[in-house]
Design a protein. Structure first.
Length: 208
């Protein structure tokens, strides 16, 4: 075997080893399964709470259970898909007083890009990243629970997570409120804190 051929063989084997190592460290790519995922929120209303969701969203996940700190998560939510089970209220939420989805300078998306994922136990992580709402970006920390991994009927790998956080809507320019019976010192209709829960089931992308 001549020296040139040997060098080529060594090069191929080395490149293959590096690719295998890279896949292990950086994890597999997953696509959010919209039929089995949800983005929901809760906000105080008077003395109760109102729940809502966003019906249209997408996202990507790079994840390896053995190296969760290498994970990369992105999400994009269509603001106009907000649904609180009340058509009149939903139209108000799409207006300039809230998400402003229809004006010439509208904000069509809510977006999140992770910066770091820190394990705090075998199946729980802290995910730090940038949340963007109405064009305003804020560092936002999510508590993440890894629900497990499985193979579906089509023999595709799936993973599941629940991510939760609480934000102050005023930090993102959503300040509308109304005082009830101001002459008697009535309280505000809406609270400022919004509890967010993102439940995700994701399927591994096909390797072409």
């Amino acid at each position: 075997m001549n020296s040139g051929f040997k060098k080529r063989i060594v090069g191929i084997l080395t490149t293959g080893a590096l690719l295998i190592g890279s896949s292990s460290v950086y994890g597999a790519d997953y696509k959010v399964d919209l039929d089995h995922s949800s983005v929901t929120f809760t906000i105080k209303h008077l003395i109760g709470k109102v729940k809502g969701s966003f019906r249209d969203f997408n996202g990507g996940i790079k994840f390896d259970k053995d190296h969760p700190e290498k994970s990369i998560i992105t999400a994009r939510i269509i603001a106009s898909s907000i649904d609180t089970n009340n058509a009149k209220r939903d139209e108000h939420l799409r207006s300039k007083e809230f998400f402003d989805v229809r004006s010439p300078k509208s904000y069509k998306y809510l977006e999140y890009d992770s910066i770091s994922v820190t394990p705090v136990s075998p199946d729980r992580y802290k995910m730090d990243g940038i949340l963007k709402i109405r064009g305003i970006e804020k560092r936002t920390l999510f508590d993440v629970q890894f629900l497990g991994a499985s193979m579906d009927a089509e023999r595709k790998n799936r993973i599941g997570f629940i991510a939760t956080t609480t934000i102050n809507r005023k930090d993102f320019g959503i300040k509308w409120n109304k005082i009830l019976d101001p002459e008697k010192g009535g309280g505000f209709i809406l609270g400022d804190d919004v509890d967010i829960e993102i439940a995700v089931e994701a399927v591994e992308k096909s390797k072409l």
